[in-house]
Design a protein around this ligand. Structure first.
Ligand code: IMP
Length: 199
């Protein structure tokens, strides 16, 4: 059954500061007050599913139950073709603890060099999930294709942005202004689907 998301408080069920910034940029112009899981000191649930959709739902459900407000989460990652779709749902984990995304990008590069990969194509995937406190929930998936470059370039964005060159472009996501990235990113594609269904 479809349902609309009424403007008001929306909990961003993530502790990732880069994602919070991007979710605020997307939702605040539409009249939502985006409050992060970090600000509300919510626990981070374990991401035990093998799909982006499954993990996004775990995070959104937990935040909706804990706060009594609708919650939005993003589960996302990088799928590298020559690595059989890895790191995929393990994208954050490849950065170790504490997170070090330079190391994570280096690990991807090492794995590509180890198999002498000619194919450097990859895609970013984002799955947005919305969960309401009464148990209703929906997911939306967006993807963007590109190629991996080495060494990393650019200072903007977050995560693996400095090695990802979106298809049809010469620059990495980290060399694009936020507004340019937001106009084409996997998260933006998922967001457009969410908007069409829920707003
Ligand atoms: P998770 O969704 O919290 O499991 O983490 C996904 C990981 O994918 C993040 O920590 C980032 O490293 C990476 N990722 C997701 N979206 C982006 C993006 O837009 N740019 C760069 N890295 C991203």
């Amino acid at each position: 059954m479809s349902r609309k998301l009424e403007p008001g408080r929306l909990v961003a069920a993530t502790h990732n500061k880069g994602k919070v910034v991007e979710l605020k940029d997307l939702f605040e112009p539409l009249g939502f007050e985006v409050v992060s899981a970090d600000q509300l000191q919510l626990d981070e649930p374990d991401e035990t599913e093998l799909t982006f959709e499954g993990n996004a739902l775990i995070k959104a459900r937990a935040a909706a139950q804990a706060t009594g407000a609708p919650a939005l989460s993003d589960d996302s990652g990088l799928e590298v073709t020559a690595l059989g779709g890895m790191p995929g749902v393990h994208t954050a984990i490849w950065a170790g603890e504490p997170r070090d995304f330079y190391k994570a990008m280096e690990k991807v590069e090492r794995e590509l060099q180890a198999i002498d990969a000619k194919d450097r194509s990859a895609k970013f995937v984002s799955c947005l999930a919305v969960a309401w406190p009464d148990g209703h929930e929906m997911t939306f998936r967006g993807e963007i294709l590109g190629d991996l470059t080495w060494p990393p370039r650019g200072e903007m964005g977050f995560g693996y942005d400095p090695v990802f060159v979106p298809l049809g472009h010469e620059v990495t996501f980290a060399e694009l202004k936020p507004a340019q990235k937001h106009a084409m990113s996997h998260r933006a594609v998922a967001f457009e689907k969410l908007k069409a269904a829920l707003l």
